[in-house]
Design a protein around this ligand. Sequence first.
Ligand SMILES: NC(=O)C1=CN([C@@H]2O[C@H](COP(=O)(O)OP(=O)(O)OC[C@H]3O[C@@H](n4cnc5c(N)ncnc54)[C@H](OP(=O)(O)O)[C@@H]3O)[C@@H](O)[C@H]2O)C=CC1
Ligand SMILES: CC(=O)N[C@@H](CCC(=O)OP(=O)(O)O)C(=O)O
Length: 342
Amino acid sequence: MTVRVAVAGASGYAGGEVLRLLLGHPGVEIGALTAHSSAGRKLGGVQPHLWPLADRVLEATGAAALSGHDVVFLALPHGQSAAVAEQLGGQTLVIDCGADFRLVDPGQWERFYGTPHAGTWPYGLPELPGGREALRGAKRIAVPGCYPTAVSLALAPAYAHGLIEPEAVVVAASGTSGAGKALKPHLLASEVMGGMSPYGVGGVHRHTPEMVQNLSAAAGGPVTVSFTPTLAPMPRGILATCSARTKPHAGYRELREAYGKAYAGEPFVRLLPEGQWPATGAVAGSNAVHLQVAYDEDAGRAVVVCALDNLTKGTAGGAVQSMNLALGLPEETGLTCVGLAP
Ligand SMILES: NC(=O)C1=CN([C@@H]2O[C@H](COP(=O)(O)OP(=O)(O)OC[C@H]3O[C@@H](n4cnc5c(N)ncnc54)[C@H](OP(=O)(O)O)[C@@H]3O)[C@@H](O)[C@H]2O)C=CC1
Ligand SMILES: CC(=O)N[C@@H](CCC(=O)OP(=O)(O)O)C(=O)O
């Protein structure tokens, strides 16, 4: 079976990463590629690493270019996906890398994004309880945000096993590609190189409600997340340090067992051997997630560290993994858990 796939937002970071992975996927044929300000240009001019597609011309994003495909990936700025998706038939599998359809609660959407809620689609994080079932045969998929992918995978097992209290604290570093390719002064090399800086501090980052949604579902009750993102001088990668107070019966052995059990059969999530810590370099370019868990006995806290590549498992890899599940293909098709190190 070969499916015909289009990518909207092919000139951006997420769209480019989707294409990099699709070029190694044996079950797809790459159809239309669309963009906004780059429409009319050749892909090779904006994504020189995608050599086999270098001579493809970027079309304007819209139904004219995108209809007639089996699968359409949307890698557009927030708020742009719904109008495009509406124009695509119900038989087309539409996979949105943006935030538009991730949240269940319209009130939370409006509070953090400031626009009317477009709706809720099946959520593309297969490793969460019930995640695979929601994706099999789906025709619409919302790909999670990169930070929520890391934080949800890091803390869901401890919540699902009732080992930690419902107030989580997360500090996470992201590479600059997480902020997209458009020019922004705070992403200039001179601003980013040689230092790290926090942003979105104090509960205002729009990924907070997404983490809360996932972790509350895992816990079976309300969870709060105090989330502080930071920008790190690297192009790709997320390193999330997540902690919460442990319940009285929980210690290192219980935590280790819960994580071992949760991820034992997972093709992309690896609980590292004891004493080894996740590092962004080890997962770069791969769909892998590396985790390690510790028990801080004096503080009475579980500490879980998670590394992933924001563009791969954090966006495009998660999107392709979800596509495979929706189409009934082996989940790992076209994806690798082998990182690019050093
Ligand atoms: N970067 C990341 O790590 C992650 C990104 N995502 C999501 O993926 C989506 C794309 O992000 P990213 O690739 O980083 O962003 P980029 O800025 O790199 O790319 C944005 C893309 O959208 C196009 N575009 C810009 N404005 C419009 C518009 N008004 N209408 C239609 N298309 C437009 C751009 O075209 P052109 O260049 O031609 O103007 C470009 O192809 C976002 O929703 C983002 O939240 C999700 C998880 C992680
Ligand atoms: C470094 C950086 O700026 N990262 C982005 C998150 C990128 C991401 O996951 O994307 P979505 O936009 O799809 O939610 C941010 O903090 O807004």
